[in-house]
Structure formats: structure tokens, C-alpha cells
Design a protein around this ligand. Structure first.
Ligand SMILES: NC(=O)c1ccc[n+]([C@@H]2O[C@H](COP(=O)([O-])OP(=O)(O)OC[C@H]3O[C@@H](n4cnc5c(N)ncnc54)[C@H](O)[C@@H]3O)[C@@H](O)[C@H]2O)c1
Length: 384
């Protein structure tokens, strides 16, 4: 396989002053020098856009007032960006991704991929039609310990999976007087967040994490979606029961109103020979219980981590890696593949990073939950 050695160039839409996740993407890309930022439309506010581009050393000629202009101009340049990173509120993901795909530019977009499954399917189809590489940044699948959990399950270490229990509780919107700042405002607004808040924002992380680690497929689900803080329109607490196609059972809980919880994404997978436990707030460890009655703590950086997971680590055991490195790992996988694709190699059928198909699965999950809730929390088959 031939590979391209020149440095990749990227542009960003969103991630202006005060943004939450845009800077995380930039830091993560810099960690491994995966690509260089050369263009952007960082904010819809012209003054903030200028501040961001000055701080990031982007010239006026590549600071764009809107994303459509950026897609068109960058596609015309001989030194145009290789890929765009989309880190705006949810309602803009679809039009922005579509504009860049139509302009022939590879795309990375944060989750949830779009507001509806139909939009996600359109983006997936368009990226295939145009032979463009698409990543959806479900960050947690970049953790070395999460990759190791997938390897252990695939190797049969916990046997056939019988049940899954996963949760993602937070507390940042727990009281009526906690509006969550600008991040909380748009997430609670259906025009910008879509038909769900918590379920799209953090519930889709659970859906993707379970799917990635276990490779189970959801057959049907039953959801109870709550609005616990008075005055809100969209869900802030969701509970979902699931059945997978192998017959296993699952339960997911996500919440933004759970006092004392900060970013408590946790996963337990139980098989007929053992179980695995992973917690994002202690992501240096993976706990394996076997049918011998023994509990093993696998530490990232140790010599027991399998090569497929270990190749993504940078620091030795005891020198903590976390969220930033997980995001960086997704970019390492994406940019390695993009270099191959730009050298003329085909897009792999199973890339080593979350794709538009994962984005589709996220909205499929959300729409099944909405259907269940609308009908009095009944079982709903998941549409494939
Ligand atoms: N992967 C993760 O772990 C993770 C974490 C947090 C957020 N997210 C996702 O990232 C996205 C952004 O979330 P956030 O919390 O950073 O939001 P934010 O409100 O902090 O930032 C959004 C940015 O988009 C900019 N923007 C808005 N409209 C724009 C336009 N028309 N053109 C250019 N820029 C525009 C805003 O000025 C702001 O800088 C969301 O889809 C969210 O779900 C993912």
C-alpha cells in the first residue's frame, strides 16, 4: 500500500471564543501533529470569528464569514484543505457537512451526526458517492482501554454476552437555576438540538460505546424519557431497556440532572464466562472478572495490553492519559487512513474510527426511543 507523506491541512467550522469542544479537537490534532489548521469559520459572529482566527494565526484570506463560502473557496484552491472539522451546535451539522461533501472535501463531524436519521443516511450516501472519508467523533472509542475491552470481548474472554448495563449521568443542568451557559441554552432548544437533548448529547455516546465494545446489534428497545426540571421542553433524564439480536438484554441511563455526577460514563458487560467494567472518569483501568472468581485490573501502559489497542498509547503506565488522548487517537486513525486514500488506495470497509454509519446508528437509536416514548414506553423494533 502506498502512502502520502505530505502534511494534511484542515479547516474548522465552529470552535470560536468560549466554545466547548472545538478547542479540544484542535489540541487533540496537535498532540500528534496529525494535520495543520489553515482555514476556518469559527463563529457566526464576525467579531468573534476574527478574534479566533487571529489567535490561531489564520490569515484574513482564509477566515470565512460563512461555511458555504468556505467550502466553495477551499475547493477552488490548489492548496485547499484536505478535511473540515465541524464542531457547531447540532442543527448545523447536516447543512455544513453536506456543503463540504458536495465541494469534494473530506469531513469530520462531532456527534450527534444530524437531527434525523434521514439526514444521517443522506450524508453517509453522499460521502460514499463522492469517495470521501467521513468520521463522527464519538470520542470515547478512542480510549486505549475501550479498544482493549473490544479486543478482550472479541477474543472470548468473558464468553457469550448475556447483559449490558451502561450509564452516563451528569449534574450540570440539575437545578432550574442552572442554565448551562451557551452550551446549555442551545442543547435545550429544539430548533438547535433537535427532538432530544440528553439522549442525543450523551445517550448516543452510550449507544456507540456499547456497540463498539460488544459489537452487539439492538433488536428492540423501550424508553422512558423524562423532563425532570420544570419549564424544560426536551428530555434531561432517559432510561432505556434493550434487547440485542443475540438475545442479550441491556439497560442504558443518561441524565443531566443527577447531583454529584460529573461525567460518569460507565460500562458493564456481563458474559457467561466473566464480565468487564470501564469508567471514563477512571479510564486508565479496565476491570476483568472471570469465572475463576478472580478480578484482574488491566492498566493502560502495562505490557498486558494487546498490540491493537497499545499502538494508540503515548505514555507509560502511571502517567495518565484521558479524554484529550482519546480524541487524538481518533485523529491518528482518521489521518492515517486519509493519507492512504489520498495516495489512491480505497476507503477501507471497516475503518479504525467511528464513521457516518455510526452516526446513522445513533439517530436510529434516538428515533426508536422517541417512538417508544410517544406510545407510552412500549417496545419498538429498531429500524435497520
Ligand atoms: N465528542 C464529544 O465528546 C463532544 C463533547 C461536547 C460537545 N460535542 C458536540 O460538539 C458540538 C459543539 O458543541 P459545543 O458544546 O462545543 O458547543 P458550543 O456552543 O460551545 O460551540 C459551538 C461553536 O459553534 C459556533 N457556531 C455557531 N453557529 C455557527 C456558524 N453558522 N458558523 C460557524 N460557527 C458557528 C459558535 O460560535 C461556537 O463557537 C455539538 O454537536 C455537541 O454535541 C461533542
Amino acid at each position: 500500500m502506498s502512502t502520502m507523506n505530505t502534511q494534511l491541512k484542515y479547516g474548522m467550522v465552529g470552535g470560536g471564543p468560549g466554545a466547548f469542544v472545538g478547542p479540544v479537537h484542535r489540541h487533540a490534532i496537535r498532540l500528534d501533529d496529525s494535520a495543520t489548521l489553515v482555514a476556518g469559520c469559527f463563529s457566526s459572529d464576525p467579531a468573534k470569528n476574527k478574534v479566533a482566527s487571529a489567535e490561531l494565526h489564520i490569515g484574513d484570506d482564509r477566515t470565512y464569514a460563512d461555511y458555504a463560502e468556505m467550502a466553495a473557496a477551499e475547493s477552488r484552491r490548489s492548496d485547499g484543505i484536505d478535511f473540515v472539522v465541524v464542531v457547531t451546535p447540532n442543527h448545523l451539522h447536516f447543512p455544513i457537512c453536506e456543503a463540504f461533501l458536495l465541494a469534494g472535501i473530506h469531513v469530520v463531524c462531532d456527534k450527534p451526526l444530524a437531527l434525523t436519521k434521514e439526514e444521517c443516511v443522506r450524508l453517509m450516501a453522499l460521502s460514499k458517492e463522492k469517495n470521501l472519508l467521513f468520521m463522527v467523533t464519538y470520542t470515547y472509542t478512542g480510549n486505549v482501554t475501550v479498544r482493549e475491552a473490544r479486543e478482550l470481548i472479541a477474543a472470548g474472554r468473558i464468553g457469550r454476552i448475556r447483559m449490558v448495563a451502561a450509564e452516563y449521568p451528569q449534574s450540570w443542568l440539575a437545578s432550574p437555576d442552572q442554565d448551562g451557559g451557551k452550551q446549555g441554552l442551545w442543547r435545550r432548544d429544539p430548533a438547535q438540538s433537535g427532538r432530544v437533548n440528553a439522549l442525543g448529547d450523551i445517550g448516543t455516546h452510550i449507544e456507540n460505546l456499547v456497540s463498539y465494545v460488544t459489537q452487539l446489534e439492538i433488536r428492540r428497545l423501550l424508553a422512558k424519557m423524562d423532563v425532570l426540571v420544570p419549564g424544560r421542553v426536551l428530555d434531561d433524564n432517559d432510561m432505556v431497556l434493550l434487547e440485542y439480536t443475540n438475545g442479550a438484554s441491556g439497560m442504558y441511563w443518561c441524565s443531566q440532572v443527577a447531583f454529584g455526577q460529573i461525567n460518569g460514563l460507565r460500562l458493564r458487560v456481563f458474559g457467561d464466562k466473566g464480565s468487564l467494567f470501564w469508567s471514563q472518569e477512571n479510564s486508565e483501568e479496565l476491570i476483568l472478572n472471570t469465572d475463576t472468581g478472580r478480578t484482574e485490573i488491566l492498566r493502560r501502559g502495562g505490557d498486558r495490553i494487546s498490540p491493537a489497542a497499545a499502538r494508540f498509547q503515548r505514555t507509560p503506565a502511571g502517567h495518565a492519559e484521558g479524554w484529550l488522548e482519546a480524541m487524538a487517537n481518533l485523529y491518528v486513525a482518521y489521518t492515517e487512513t486519509l493519507r492512504d486514500v489520498k495516495s489512491g488506495n480505497p476507503i477501507p470497509t471497516t475503518p479504525n474510527f467511528p464513521t457516518a454509519a455510526d452516526g446513522v446508528a445513533g439517530l436510529s437509536f434516538v428515533e426508536a426511543c422517541l417512538e417508544s416514548q410517544a406510545n407510552g414506553s412500549v417496545w419498538v423494533d429498531i429500524a435497520t
